[in-house]
Design a protein around this ligand. Structure first.
Ligand code: PA5
Length: 362
């Protein structure tokens, strides 16, 4: 049996006991998460080869799945308040109908062997889109090499979701080479500093009493996490959900304000609310209308939820704020995995599906 039935005190001991963490975290995910700021620093220097400049596009389409799409979500969130060119994150086979010669398609697949992303890259070639690949290898790397396409090459050996730095920062460089500045250099520097601070504040060496991620994992316990972000942080809410699914192997729900005020808010009157744990992703820069909605939401549904937690973004620019919350989600899902007694690294069912897809008919 895992650690599901442990009392509160025992669970606190687990998260502050390096040996207890090591027993569950056999693939040393904790070291990869602790090295996330270093990964991001390295990623900032990555450039497509052969390099740009690229033509300024009408639309940017980031094609990828799962962990490889997450960098696209982050890019789109950062760009929403600055860029006059739309960024579409495309998760699926092929490409949307609008994709043509004026589009820039960035095909992102960490492994390089994801069927949907390969299909999107193929569609980009057929429709005459500008195409850049971001991949550590596989068939996407082979396709880029065969056609001398620009390719960003991150180091391999990570799980895609844990390579977010490598899959996000190069997107900024690619867009910059297409005359689109999404994040300024000073803002990248700030984000890296915030991530350094987060790694220190949230890592296993920081005791539970002073560690927001450990405390949140403990507070969640067996309840289903329901994560709500605002207009900017909604994308991070979804990232928390996917990290909780893959790292802690647990269901989670994610939503965004103000949209959830118009539908999902009603679900909190139902009998299952007690088995849910509300997590609000707050942002000091959120508009006052959104701050008021969070306050009202807390009043209206906070009492029906089994528990409520509010966490705050760090930093000034959007990229720092978003990454600070992503780091908190990564660590929270890691500690929840430890408490549940599941290896945060492996994704055996996901792997089994891919193996069957590759081995069987399409
Ligand atoms: O995190 C994961 O392992 C998955 O979500 C993968 O990112 C997803 O299956 C796509 O694979 P890849 O990132 O190699 O294209």
């Amino acid at each position: 049996m895992g650690t599901h039935d442990q009392p509160e005190r025992e669970r606190a001991v687990t998260l502050d006991d390096p040996a207890a963490i090591a027993r569950v975290d056999t693939h040393r995910t904790r070291e990869v998460l602790a090295a996330f700021p270093a990964q991001c620093r390295q990623a900032v220097a990555l450039r497509p080869e052969p390099g740009g400049p690229f033509v300024r596009p009408r639309t940017v389409i980031v094609a990828g799945m799962g962990g490889s799409a997450a960098g696209g979500d982050l890019l789109a969130a950062c760009a929403s308040e600055r860029l006059d060119v739309p960024i579409l994150v495309h998760r699926g086979y092929g490409l949307p109908a609008l994709a043509g010669q004026r589009e820039l398609v960035v095909a992102v697949s960490y492994s390089g062997d994801t069927a949907e992303t390969l299909s999107a890259a193929q569609a980009a070639l057929e429709r005459g889109c500008a195409l850049v690949a971001v991949t550590a290898g596989g068939r996407l790397a082979a396709l880029a090499a065969a056609r001398n396409l620009p390719r960003v090459t991150p180091p391999g050996q990570l799980m895609p979701r844990m390579a977010l730095g490598y899959l996000f920062f190069p997107l900024l460089a690619i867009l910059k080479a297409a005359e689109l500045t999404v994040v300024k250099d000073g803002e990248v520097d700030e984000a890296l500093e915030v991530l350094d601070a987060q790694a220190d504040a949230l890592g296993p060496a920081r005791p539970t009493v002073a560690n927001e991620a450990k405390r949140l994992a403990q507070a969640l316990g067996e309840r289903l996490p329901v994560i709500y972000g605002g207009p900017l942080t909604g994308a991070v809410a979804y990232r928390w959900k996917t990290d909780l699914a893959e790292n802690a192997k647990t269901f989670a729900a994610a939503g965004t304000l103000p949209e959830m005020n118009h539908n999902e808010i009603e679900a909190w009157g139902g009998p299952l609310a007690r088995e849910r744990h509300l997590i609000f992703l707050r942002d000091h820069e959120e508009p006052s209308e959104i701050a008021r909605r969070f306050a009202l939401l807390r009043e209206l549904i906070g009492g029906t939820a089994g528990g409520t937690s509010e966490v705050w973004a760090r930093g000034t620019a959007s990229v720092a704020r978003l990454l600070s919350l992503i780091a908190l989600g990564q660590w929270t899902s890691f500690y929840l995995a430890v408490l549940r007694g599941v290896d945060p690294w492996s994704v055996p069912t996901l792997d089994a599906l891919k193996a069957r897809l590759h081995g069987g008919p399409p």
